[in-house]
Design a protein around this ligand. Structure first.
Ligand SMILES: [Ca+2]
Ligand SMILES: [Ca+2]
Length: 508
């Protein structure tokens, strides 16, 4: 009997899937923390409208509300002036790479390691036991060897990097969590299971970086197979409920056939639209954005890690796997549970192949600079994200005084507000700061596609000032309107951070 049917029968007799037991409470905490910084605790109740959350999570959220409010109040007080979320609120992230195949994994790993300060990295799995002759020219000939070579280079940069951000993990920390996930090894499966089982309220984010031919079976799939066998459907449901995915689909029957479905999944690689794969667009949209020069800004004069960035890929600066973690960088614009809000990895919509599930992929288009297409969802931020990468490469070789650091964007008042048609809305970004003391530029934008309001364009008065305003537009029924403040410093390269204000506009 096919597994699908066997487990469908077993699962159908269970009263509860177990999904509600691991609701991702910390997620909500992460969200609320961002919302709470410098704001009233009242906003901590808000966030994603619960009507859009599936019932098991909604009921679980009810249970965790009270502690969240308390946490928010506390954290709001504690972190008022800090740039980053405290460790307890950072995302836990585990990645699986087929490094040794297409060299673009090595490109993405260079960038990933330079953002390792932004998450708690739970593991790096290398699943290709032999590098592919011809296409991959790395002198190391195993996936693990290739990742370790990059880690070693990271370690050589660590003293400098940690001057710019003390949260960069040590080489030793990453080394201990980097394992082979080959066919004949069990380390990766054990790493995944241990990370998901750990007594940590936060869910585990997982990314498969497009495991291709010649790599081992995806190790999360192997972990699911084992847990299902050893713990039965109830234990399997509980385990699966601990995962959040920003990942390619490599999970066989665990994707759509074996219940319960994943709680939340963003596929930053697909679909094909207008004959183009989304992850192949990254190169065209970013590799030269803002005058970015791969040789000058990465490979030359930026230390041993940048020097390992390969150039022999089918697309220049291909980085086909990068969007999966760009999506998870907390810059004030992206939101890990709101792919439809848009951010550095583009903007996403529900994956129509899995109706009724919280599965997303890159099937959305934005109007921007006079055109309407999917590219715009990423192109609109491309200069910002490349400048940010450039600055982190500078951090590898420069002390604090000789490199730039991103500003902190802060909007006074609640980040989610309910207003009435005709009401004047004040937007105040004057509390924004820069760690280098540089002058700041302000750009208030309406991000139409991220909200539901579809009426005549809303004009922001003084959109390039720290203080701006708008008049809430005419609506027939309550509509959401997204406003993004982009704060850009005047350093080199110029760096940008954001805050987003979500208005619910009610009719008069
Ligand atoms: Ca890959
Ligand atoms: Ca700065």
């Amino acid at each position: 009997m096919p597994m699908r049917h066997r487990w469908a029968e077993i699962v159908s007799i269970l009263p509860v899937t177990g999904q509600a037991e691991a609701p991702g409470g910390s997620f909500q905490g992460w969200r609320n923390l961002l919302a709470c910084q410098g704001h009233s605790a009242g906003f901590c109740y808000e966030g994603r409208p619960e009507s859009r959350i599936k019932s098991p999570m909604a009921s679980a959220l009810q249970r965790i509300r009270k502690p969240i409010v308390h946490t928010c109040l506390l954290l709001g007080l504690l972190v008022g002036g800090l740039v980053a979320a405290p460790a307890a609120e950072r995302l836990r992230l585990l990645i699986e790479t087929d490094a040794g195949g297409d060299p673009d994994d090595e490109q993405s790993l260079v960038r990933f390691l330079l953002y390792a300060s932004e998450w708690d990295v739970e593991g790096i799995i290398a699943n290709r036991s032999e590098a592919r002759p011809g296409e991959n020219r790395n002198p190391e000939r195993t996936g693990l060897g290739i990742v370790r070579r990059l880690l070693t280079a990271y370690g050589q940069c660590h003293t400098n990097l940690s001057q710019h951000d003390a949260r960069y993990p040590t080489l030793d920390y990453l080394w201990q969590r980097t394992v082979a996930g080959y066919r004949d090894t069990d380390d990766a499966v054990q790493l995944i299971i241990a990370a998901a089982d750990r007594a940590d309220p936060r869910p585990l984010w997982y990314s498969d970086w497009g495991t291709d031919n010649g790599a081992a079976t995806n190790n999360l799939k192997r972990a699911f197979d084992r847990v299902l066998l050893e713990r039965g459907p109830e234990g399997y449901a509980k385990f699966k409920g601990r995962l959040r995915l920003s990942s390619s689909d490599k999970f066989g029957g665990h994707t759509g056939e074996i219940d319960p479905p994943f709680t939340f999944w963003v596929d930053t690689w697909r679909p094909e639209m207008n004959g183009r794969r989304w992850y192949h667009r990254f190169s065209a949209l970013t590799s030269q954005a803002g005058g970015f020069d791969l040789e000058r800004d990465i490979r030359t004069g930026h230390g041993p890690l940048g020097a390992l960035y390969p150039t022999n890929t089918t697309h220049w600066g291909k980085e086909g796997d990068t969007a999966s973690f760009l999506y998870l960088i907390p810059n004030g614009l992206n939101h890990p549970l709101e792919p439809a809000w848009g951010g550095w990895a583009g903007r996403y919509g529900l994956n129509e192949t899995f109706p009724g599930r919280q599965y997303y992929w890159a099937n959305q288009a934005d109007v921007w600079n006079g055109s309407t297409n999917r590219d715009n969802t990423l192109a609109r931020w491309a200069v910002h994200l490349q400048n940010d990468f450039k600055a982190r490469l500078d951090w590898c070789v420069s002390d604090f005084a000789h490199a730039n650091h991103p500003p902190v964007a802060r909007v006074r008042g609640a980040l989610r507000r309910t207003v009435t048609t005709g009401e004047s809305v004040t937007l105040d970004g004057r509390a924004s700061t820069d760690p280098d003391g540089q002058a700041l530029r302000f750009d208030w934008q309406v991000y139409s596609e991220a909200g539901t309001y579809r009426g005549p364009a809303v004009e922001i008065q003084q959109a390039n000032q720290a203080q701006a305003s708008l008049v809430a537009p005419m609506v027939g029924t309550p509509q959401e309107l997204h406003l993004v403040l982009a704060v850009t410093d005047t350093g080199k390269p110029a760096l940008t951070r954001y805050q987003r204000v979500v208005l619910t506009v009610r009719p008069r």
